[in-house]
Design a protein around this ligand. Structure first.
Ligand code: HEC
Length: 220
């Protein structure tokens, strides 16, 4: 082996080593991951609308919600979950469940030609009107609200889905009056929440402002 060949080989080995070392360095720079503050896996927990939040769940403003066309349309989509058992035609035909045309404002458990459970008939004797709040409670958890009902349906968890659904049901020939919209006080906290954000933004803009003038002279 001549010296030259040896040099070539040695150079090649050296270069390869450098490249490998270099790549390692570069990859640590590129893929550097900050160490987690806490050891273990991070599990993102979705805040549940049930439980703790239920305490602050405000009663829906039926007066505003019931007549919104967007709610009625959204509620019609939600009502796909009911279609296996309920018909909604004006004829009031029954299926697995009683016909739902005009159910809002109707007495629970009395629709003609349907064999209700004793539980539903009893509920209707005590609560003569399917009003908005009763429907909201029933549709949230049927088996809990009317214990012993034949309606084997798990319920609709999201309050906004129930409001939309009830707006849709109300559009099906209901004559139950729509209550007056609640006074706008409910909107006040929301506005107040928005205010600090805007003030912060304003503050940030103000803080940013002096920078440019001081920079400008320096550049000259
Ligand atoms: C698996 C079948 C089934 C599904 C799904 C179902 N229901 Fe029912 N529903 C029933 C039955 C059965 C009854 C009668 C309950 C009783 O007699 O206890 C009933 C009763 C009712 C009543 C009371 C009617 C009256 O005349 O008093 C309302 C309101 C109602 N359902 C609404 C709904 C809505 C809205 C949905 C969809 C979100 C739905 N149901 C989904 C089977 C069903």
């Amino acid at each position: 082996m001549s010296d030259l060949t040896f040099n070539k080989i040695a150079g090649g080995v050296l270069l390869t080593g450098l490249v490998i070392f270099g790549l390692r360095e570069v990859s640590t720079i590129v893929f550097d991951k900050p160490a987690p503050e806490k050891a273990g896996y991070e599990i993102a927990v979705e805040e549940s609308t049930e439980g703790g939040a239920a305490a602050v769940e405000v009663a829906p403003d039926w007066g505003t919600a019931l007549l919104l066309p967007a709610n009625i349309a959204a509620g019609q989509a939600v009502a796909a979950k009911c279609a296996a058992c309920h018909k909604v035609d004006a004829g009031g035909a029954n299926g697995v469940g009683p016909g739902l045309w005009g159910v809002v404002g109707r007495q629970p458990g009395v629709h003609g030609g349907f064999a209700y459970s004793a539980a539903m008939k009893e509920f209707g004797a005590k609560n003569p009107v399917w009003d908005y709040d009763h429907l909201d409670g029933f549709l949230k958890a049927p088996g809990k609200y009317v214990s012993g009902t034949n309606m084997t349906f798990v319920g609709i968890k999201k309050p906004e889905d129930r409001v939309a659904l009830i707006a849709y049901l109300h559009s099906l020939g209901s004559t139950l009056p729509v209550p007056a919209p609640k006074p706008a006080e409910a909107a006040a906290p929301a506005a107040a929440e928005g205010a600090p954000a805007t003030a912060e933004e304003a503050g940030a803009a103000a803080a940013g402002a002096p920078v440019s003038p001081s920079e400008a002279p320096a550049a000259q």
